[in-house]
Structures are given as structure tokens and as C-alpha cells.
Design a protein around this ligand. Structure first.
Ligand code: NAP
Length: 202
């Protein structure tokens, strides 16, 4: 398969890329590195990237920002960071990418445990994750040409514990191989409209 992976050089993306590249042709897209550059918060850059790449068999997104801060400190503009990047960035990857997706292809988006089990400082990030889950379930009913869509929702991953562990008291870090398997299940499996939860605690 020819697979575009947005965010394919990040903490999760690099592990997903190195696994998928054993069997598939991968194109990595980020803002600053990779084979092609795009900013998922900037619609024209998504369109320009697809024009360069052409048709694909799968799009995987392991990118998307949201602002973490106490609810009392978050401004409306702070909420729009997550809405424009992680939420509408991924929605626009689907809106634009469906026209470059081969029949039977798939989209795999990323969210996280915060949708179900938020921690302090995540009103914006948790909200955006929940919205993406609802988007995936709804758009799966309407995508044409047997195009599938799923979302991988992981807990805090092992490789991010040094940075974010303190925000997740009592959480069991998720092994990178388990997270990678969520993406493999979505890309190589047959399911659609699924929230692939990669955690068993909250
Ligand atoms: N880390 C965790 O424990 C964890 C757990 C569950 C869910 N998640 C979610 O999974 C996603 C990836 O997390 P991560 O920890 O792997 O992040 P990361 O290490 O910060 O990597 C993010 C990757 O995405 C690219 N990127 C960031 N913003 C972008 C944009 N606007 N347009 C295009 N590419 C962009 C980055 O490259 P450039 O900077 O060059 O663009 C980088 O390659 C995030 O949405 C995160 O919320 C993370």
C-alpha cells in the first residue's frame, strides 16, 4: 500500500512509520521534516501536499496539537488551537484526502485516553478528542468507494512518560508495540467507524 503518514517523525509516528515501512510504501508529512511538508491546520497546504503525492491507499495521522492549561486560564483563542489543529486538521485531512484515496482505502486518525479519562488541564484536549470520536463514527456512514475510517485512542505511551508522566498519576504507560498495533489494525484490518482504544485503565 502507498501510505501517507502525517506526523510520521514524532514520538508515536516514528514507531508507526518504521513498522509500516517494512510492508508498505510510506510518505511522511510534517511541518518541518519528512518527504513532504504540510501544516494540518492550514487547508491549502494539505491540498498542495496531496497534489504532489497523488492517490494513496491509506492516510494515517499521528499529529495534532491542543493547549494544555487550567480551565480558568484557557482563553477562547486557546481552545481554537486544538479545534484548528487536532480537530479540524484531521477533519480536513479526510475532507480533502478522500478525493485522493483509492477505492477501499482507509483513514486512521489519532486521539487519546483523555476523551474518556481526562486529567487536570485537559478541558481543551479532552473536548477535541471526544469530537473526533463522534466525527469518525458519523463520517464512516457516508464515505464512498468502500473507504474506511478509524481512530486510535492511546493512553500515555511509554516513550512520552519522561515528559508527561506527572500529568497522569496512576496511569499504566502503554507499550509502543501496543500503540503501533492499533494503527496496523486500522490500516490492514477491515473495520470502519471504530474507536480503537489502546488502554485498559483510566
Ligand atoms: N504521546 C502520547 O503519550 C500520546 C498518547 C495518546 C495520544 N497522543 C496523540 O497522538 C498525536 C501524536 O503525539 P506524539 O506524542 O507522537 O507527538 P509528537 O512527538 O509531538 O510528534 C508530532 C508529529 O507531528 C508533526 N506535527 C505536529 N503538528 C503538525 C501539524 N500542524 N501539521 C503537520 N504535522 C504536524 C510533528 O512534526 P513537525 O513539528 O515537524 O510538524 C511530529 O512529527 C497527538 O495528537 C497526541 O495528542 C499522544
Amino acid at each position: 500500500m502507498k501510505i501517507l503518514i502525517v506526523g510520521g517523525n514524532g514520538t508515536i509516528g516514528s514507531k508507526v512509520s518504521s513498522h509500516l515501512s517494512k510492508k508498505h510504501e510510506l510518505i511522511i508529512a510534517t511541518r518541518n521534516s519528512g518527504d513532504v511538508n504540510l501544516d494540518m491546520a492550514d487547508k491549502p497546504s494539505i491540498k498542495a501536499a496531496f497534489e504532489k503525492i497523488g492517490t494513496v491507499d491509506a492516510v494515517v495521522c499521528t499529529a495534532g496539537d491542543a493547549k494544555w492549561a487550567n480551565f480558568n486560564e484557557l482563553t477562547e483563542d486557546d481552545f481554537y488551537i486544538g479545534i484548528k489543529s487536532k480537530l479540524m486538521g484531521q477533519v480536513n485531512l479526510v475532507r480533502i484526502g478522500k478525493d485522493y484515496m483509492n477505492p477501499g482505502g482507509s483513514f486512521t486518525l489519532s486521539t487519546g485516553i483523555l476523551a474518556d479519562h481526562p486529567v487536570r488541564m485537559t478541558t481543551s484536549a479532552a473536548m477535541v478528542n471526544g469530537a473526533i470520536h463522534s466525527f469518525v463514527k458519523a463520517v464512516a456512514l457516508e464515505l464512498e468507494n468502500n473507504i474506511r475510517i478509524n481512530v486510535v485512542s492511546s493512553g500515555l505511551v511509554e516513550d512520552a512518560v519522561a515528559h508527561y508522566g506527572a500529568y497522569f498519576p496512576g496511569h499504566n504507560p502503554i507499550p509502543m508495540g501496543k500503540v503501533v498495533n492499533g494503527f496496523v489494525k486500522s490500516v490492514e484490518g477491515a473495520g470502519t467507524g471504530e474507536i480503537i482504544r489502546m488502554y485498559d485503565n483510566g
